[in-house]
Write a protein that binds this ligand. Structure first.
Ligand code: BGC
Length: 501
């Protein structure tokens, strides 16, 4: 073969190789594009399923407030329990003296000492937070209450002793059936707890017995839900406070109801005109709540009368987990997160604080997103384009949760005729008669600590109510409201009234 022929063969080979490489590259790009589109389709589908336009929120408001009416008529007919709390008067600022409280509701508990002077004056407040080891949330009630009693004993000793005869407020943030302000039996556990043997027991008595075992001379004077404690604190500072909402690890609301509106259990009501109702709205479910395949309450197995559907799309225990399930689906559809995605299959590994950190990352290269994915999910070197998708998922989860919580708040206002609609009988919201100011006390890390959640919620309340009515409603944060409120109620019920309820 001559030189020219060799050259032409060689060129032919090079061309063939380049052609193969180009074809492979194009094919790879096509595969990558199709995987990317599949991942984007997952996110789009999720976004559509989570949509909460105003009209939908309005329908949720109506349906929740109808459930609230039903729950006051009789037991067991409504999706919300509407528990009567035996609180017939709220602190008014005249309380004085030293009181303790214990606040149990999440994976940590708090013990508190509160010194009150008249005129709504908190002279001194001391709080200690203690973690609850995970095994104790599923162990025995005796171990759990011993842990609390011992922590309280040590706290009181550090504070100089003197527990004799002191009234104790006990915030217990689970559904409880009460027949007196100082006792109540556990209906069921929610959130991370599942000590089955405790269901049906009087939790105030369990704590009292643990206090005796630990040599403490204190007695539960007021057993209250955290939503009720927060309402008590709100009312202590501002008598226009009509309701309270908890938006943290769990969520719930309480409000002041007229006794005339409570048809069930009339025997439980006192001469006072009012009773505080613990709504337990976490168990609300309606076809209007936008649910997706990633929701913890959407599986058939979870569906029962009180499956906490509303709580599971709003509260801190679940938001991170919902996002994790979407990430996992994306990883199944594409190679967006690379090959080391084992962590994505671990339930509850991605927490709501991580979700919030991702959503709040405003650095141009989404540095925090990269760090959180690496530290918490062991996923490294995620490209910017993918990080943006991750932020979008966290945003969708946050926005839906905040807007649904806003609908819950408006439903409570509707129930008590403070939303401008004549208890939902008209669609027109306007001030009727003398304008009344309504304050809603709020406590909970999700609302207090996650600014974007708070903005979405506030915006949705205004959107549903419209400017005129929204101007009469204030959402007011009550820091440590549940624990302080329990101590305040212990103060007001430690007088003779304690025995008359
Ligand atoms: C409980 C409520 C509580 C709420 C907020 C829910 O899981 O059922 O009683 O108020 O969490 O902590």
């Amino acid at each position: 073969m001559g030189k020219a022929q060799w050259l032409s063969v060689a060129l032919g080979c090079v061309a063939a190789v380049m052609c193969t490489v180009a074809t492979t590259l194009v094919a790879r790009q096509a595969v990558a594009r199709s995987r990317w589109s599949r991942a984007v389709a997952v996110v789009r589908g999720f976004e559509e399923d989570c949509a909460t336009p105003t009209e939908r929120l309005q329908r949720i408001v109506n349906s929740l407030s109808v459930e609230m009416f039903a729950g006051l008529a009789s037991e067991g007919t409504s999706m919300v329990r509407m528990l009567l709390t035996c609180v017939d008067a709220l602190p008014d600022g005249s309380e004085e003296g030293i009181y303790y409280s214990v606040d149990l509701g999440g994976t940590s508990f708090r013990v508190m000492k509160l010194e009150l002077g008249s005129g709504s004056m908190v002279i001194n407040k001391k709080v200690e937070h203690r973690p609850i080891p995970e095994d104790l949330t599923k162990g025995t009630s005796e171990d759990l209450f011993n842990l609390i009693a011992l922590a309280l004993k040590n706290f009181i000793q550090r504070e100089g002793g003197g527990d004799e005869g002191r009234a104790l407020g006990f915030t217990f943030s689970f559904p409880v059936r009460q027949v007196s302000i100082s006792s109540g039996s556990l209906i069921r556990w929610t959130k991370e707890f599942s000590i089955e043997e405790a269901v049906g027991k009087d939790v105030a008595q369990c704590l009292n017995e643990a206090l005796v075992r630990n040599g403490l001379n204190l007695h539960v004077t007021a057993l209250v839900n955290n939503a009720v404690g927060t309402l008590a604190m709100g009312h202590y500072y501002d008598e226009d406070t009509v309701a309270a909402v908890i938006i943290g690890a769990g969520n719930n609301a309480s409000y002041i109801e007229r006794n005339a509106a409570i048809a069930k259990c009339r025997g439980l009501l006192t001469d006072s005109d009012l009773t505080v109702v613990n709504v337990e709205w976490g168990s609300f479910r309606s076809p209007q709540i936008p649910l997706t395949p990633y929701d913890i309450c959407s599986s058939e197995a979870e569906r029962n009368h009180y499956d906490q559907a509303f709580e599971k799309v709003i509260s801190g225990v679940y938001l991170g987990e919902i996002a994790r399930l979407v990430f996992q689906r994306m990883a199944q559809e594409s190679d967006l997160f690379g090959s080391s995605v084992n962590c994505l299959s671990t339930p509850f590994i991605f927490s709501t604080p991580s979700l919030a950190a991702i959503r709040e990352d405003d650095s141009p290269d989404l540095r925090v997103v990269g760090r959180v994915l690496e530290e918490h999910l062991k996923i490294q070197d995620v490209p910017l384009k993918t990080r943006r998708l991750v932020v979008r998922i966290c945003d969708i989860v946050t926005r839906r949760a905040a807007r649904l919580a806003a609908a819950g708040i408006v439903a409570v206002l509707q129930k008590i005729g403070r939303d401008g609609t004549l208890c939902g009988t008209t669609f027109v919201r306007k001030i009727r008669g003398e304008p009344k100011r309504s304050v809603v006390a709020i406590e909970g890390g999700l609302y207090q600590g996650y600014s974007i959640f708070r903005e979405y919620l506030n915006e949705a309340v205004d959107e549903i109510l419209g400017d005129e009515i929204a101007s009469t409603v204030s959402l007011r944060v009550m820091e440590e409201g549940s624990g302080i409120g329990a101590a305040l109620l212990a103060a007001s019920y430690s007088s003779t009234r304690q025995n008359s309820v």
